[in-house]
Design a protein around this ligand. Sequence first.
Ligand SMILES: NC(=O)c1ccc[n+]([C@@H]2O[C@H](COP(=O)([O-])OP(=O)(O)OC[C@H]3O[C@@H](n4cnc5c(N)ncnc54)[C@H](OP(=O)(O)O)[C@@H]3O)[C@@H](O)[C@H]2O)c1
Length: 326
Amino acid sequence: MRAAVVTRYGAPEVLALREVARPTPGPGELLIRVKAASVSSGDARVRALRVPEGMGLMARLALGWSGPRQPVLGTECSGVVEAVGAGVTRFRVGDAVVAFRGAAMGAHAAYLCVREDGSVAPKPEGLSWDEAAALLFGGTTALHYLREARVKQGERVLVLGASGAVGVAAVQLARHGGAEVTAVCSAANAPLVTGLGATRVIDYRTEDFTLGDARWDVVMDCVGATDYARCRRVLAPGGRLLRVVCGLGGQLAAPWQGRLSGHRVIAGVAAERPEDVQRLVELARSGEYRAVIDASMPLSRIAEAHARVDSGRKRGSVVVTLEGEA
Ligand SMILES: NC(=O)c1ccc[n+]([C@@H]2O[C@H](COP(=O)([O-])OP(=O)(O)OC[C@H]3O[C@@H](n4cnc5c(N)ncnc54)[C@H](OP(=O)(O)O)[C@@H]3O)[C@@H](O)[C@H]2O)c1
């Protein structure tokens, strides 16, 4: 089968399309024929070994020294069940599904195997393959952080980087939970984020949200553009700072920061939970949550897709399509 392969860290040009062995589903596993997969900021980080400050050594140990041990990237996909292993009861051949592989990756290939009791769910009807393929990377991250912050109905939530994949999910999920959402993004993306539920937009290019009189119960930084020292004065009593992007020093300091002021700082890797995948799919099915697609292109243009992600300017998600790949 065809797959996009990375054997050494580097620029998008290190990606190559190769023939690799097609996996066989073991007991309890599904073989999915991939229709579409997102190219996430996580994929681009692994390809380039571009990790937050202080994490380089740990990243090489975890991912591979000179190139990723898992050469096929791709954290999430939509597709069709091609075959099932022994004992599979929840899915049948021909079912349309979405799957989240998270850090295990492997979705930039014509086929992949997932456990039926893992992060896989029926594809919501009415969504295109592209839309279904981009529900889970940003969605699971946003759900994790909003849950850790215990966001309550009526709280004021500011999402910094509201137009990225994590940001568009955070705006929708915070709003769905009854929060009042302020989105920080560039002016061009204001219509997008208000359409997703933000009631106020701050253009980060002309206004610094940390300098005004407004206060927030939760500040969620999805781009790594701020820290506790800068946010402290705009956090309400009991406020939480969510540092989705944070270097090693910030992660080590997080449990202690803000205590004297009655604040909390939350950082670290988002948990991968199958129940979050089911929840996001339910919300997508009922029209309360959707993916935003920045661009879609065939797998043969995977390097271009990575370059778009590297730009740091994508709105929502970049998707590659695998129609016709085998
Ligand atoms: N902790 C975890 O477990 C975890 C999980 C998933 C992702 N992440 C990290 O979360 C980050 C976000 O991921 P993503 O996929 O959402 O990123 P992304 O889609 O690449 O974010 C791009 C968006 O950010 C906006 N942006 C850039 N600089 C900004 C700034 N200073 N203020 C406000 N908006 C800004 C851009 O808008 P403009 O073009 O208008 O500037 C663009 O729409 C990544 O660094 C990723 O590695 C962490």
